[in-house]
Design a protein around this ligand. Structure first.
Ligand code: EPZ
Length: 418
């Protein structure tokens, strides 16, 4: 397995282009199942999860390929699809479950592997099934698969989510857009990636509109157009590099972004004393002096994202005083803490709250990546630690960060993959 070797305490400067969003690309790829027409997607991040989703869609029967210019081309085809999403393609990429809604809507049946849990939690799919059953699906779980049928097709319904779920909101929308009649979904997740998927669905010809902050009205249709769409930038990658720049940057500019989408994160970094110049489509981070401790809790968008929790914890290690971070979304998302402790971090966890004492000097060590965002927090810690850090199992990183070493090397980081 590959490792990353990082020599810390090097000042970074230069610029970084932010890639397209993995978490927008995945549901939009699932949505391409709805139409037989040609579709072009642009600004696609070349990361493992996207390749896995493309392999799943090819297995199902789509003519789809990714170009070196980072575009995905799906050519028109009216070949009969397989209505199967096998375990070997879902075990590493849970978002594969999103093909269930479109396959059900189109073929009235689907057999989709139950996505495994992962390091950060059990990751149940009960809310996905709740929504699809409201739309008329019958779903039996057997031998690790969801066997779904909708003999008379999916029918529009009123869906009130008991709790907010990004994936379940996406599943409900992807099924309802071609169910028969009207669907109203309330208590939806409203992450920018879902809003980008809705922009794409409208381009396809879907009739879908927000009728409240977390309420969506859909009128089902069976007619879809050919279209092209540029995927939104990755706000989690942006947040990760903003924190890297705050930790060890002298002057770093981040391009290809829309700053209005990350107001919560910007407000928090300002509160911590990070010096930034904010423009509509770029941010420059300057060398920060004293960093202030803060208290944060992770929440659904527009709150502070759970996908930046591990990363901001590393910045808290640089802040003066005790910072607090409460993880409200996943039940086991402190896997980075024991690894950070091996680098000298002073972090105490009590249930879903971590108390981080700073400023702490980190020292290089051999550490283990456990999940996508925990892995990148180890990279951030390594950049700010003295001597060498070796990060094992970097395949976790490759699932969601495009050209990480290249982007950091371009800003003078001493980072190598072996
Ligand atoms: C999406 O996961 C993202 N993944 C996650 O990013 C992100 O952390 C998460 O949303 C929260 O923002 C993709 O978009 C591919 P949820 P998802 O359903 O949809 C519980 C990354 O690093 N729940 O909003 O799985 C669930 O256990 C990944 O890119 C149920 O109980 O998240 C969790 O506690 C990690 N039943 C909470 O809801 C369900 O049916 C929120 O999960 C579904 C979820």
């Amino acid at each position: 397995m590959q490792k990353l070797i990082i020599k810390g305490k090097k000042k970074l400067f230069g610029s970084i282009d932010i890639s397209g969003s993995k978490n927008a690309t995945l549901p939009i790829l699932a949505a391409t199942l709805l139409t037989d027409k040609a579709v072009t997607l642009k600004n696609i991040p070349l990361v493992q999860d996207v390749y896995t989703m493309i392999n799943l869609l090819k297995f199902i029967g789509l003519n789809i390929k990714i170009s070196k210019k980072k575009n995905i081309l799906k050519t028109s085809s009216n070949r009969k699809f397989k209505t199967l999403a096998p375990y070997n393609l879902l075990k590493t990429m849970r978002a594969g479950v999103l093909v269930l809604g479109p396959l059900l809507a189109k073929y009235r049946k689907a057999k989709v592997s139950l996505p495994g849990g992962c390091a950060i939690g059990a990751r149940p799919v009960n809310l996905h099934l709740f929504a699809l059953e409201k739309l008329g699906a019958k779903i039996k779980i057997k031998n690790g698969y969801m066997h779904a049928t909708a003999e008379n097709g999916l029918k529009g319904a009123i869906i009130k989510f008991p709790s907010i779920s990004v994936g379940a909101t996406e599943s409900a929308i992807l099924a309802a857009v071609s169910a028969e009649g009207k669907t109203i979904i309330s208590n939806c997740a409203i992450e920018p990636e879902i809003q980008d998927m809705i922009v794409f669905l409208k381009k396809l010809g879907c009739n879908i509109n927000f009728i409240g902050k977390r309420k969506i009205l859909i009128i089902g249709t069976k007619k879809f157009k050919s279209t092209s769409h540029e995927v939104i930038f990755d706000r989690i990658e942006l947040g990760t590099y903003l924190i890297a720049a705050a930790l060890v940057g002298t002057k770093i500019t981040l391009f290809k972004i829309k700053t209005k989408i990350i107001e919560t994160e910007i407000k928090l970094l300002k509160k911590m004393g990070i010096k930034m110049k904010i423009d509509k489509n770029k941010i420059t981070v300057f060398e920060s002096g004293k960093i202030n401790s803060v208290n944060i809790k992770t929440e659904p968008y527009p709150g502070f994202p759970t996908d930046l929790q591990a990363q901001i914890m590393v910045l808290m290690l640089r802040a003066s005083g005790i910072s607090k971070i409460t993880e409200n979304i996943f039940e086991n998302r402190f896997m980075h803490v024991p690894e950070l402790r091996r680098m000298g971090a002073k972090i105490i966890t009590k249930k879903n709250t971590a108390y981080v004492t700073g400023p702490t000097n980190l020292s290089g060590a051999e550490v283990m990546a456990t999940d996508l965002r925990a892995s990148v927090s180890l990279v951030l810690a390594a950049l700010n630690a003295d001597s060498l850090t070796v990060i094992n199992r970097v395949y976790h990183l490759d699932r969601g960060y495009e050209n990480l070493e290249k982007k950091l090397k371009k800003c003078k980081a001493n980072i190598n993959r072996v």
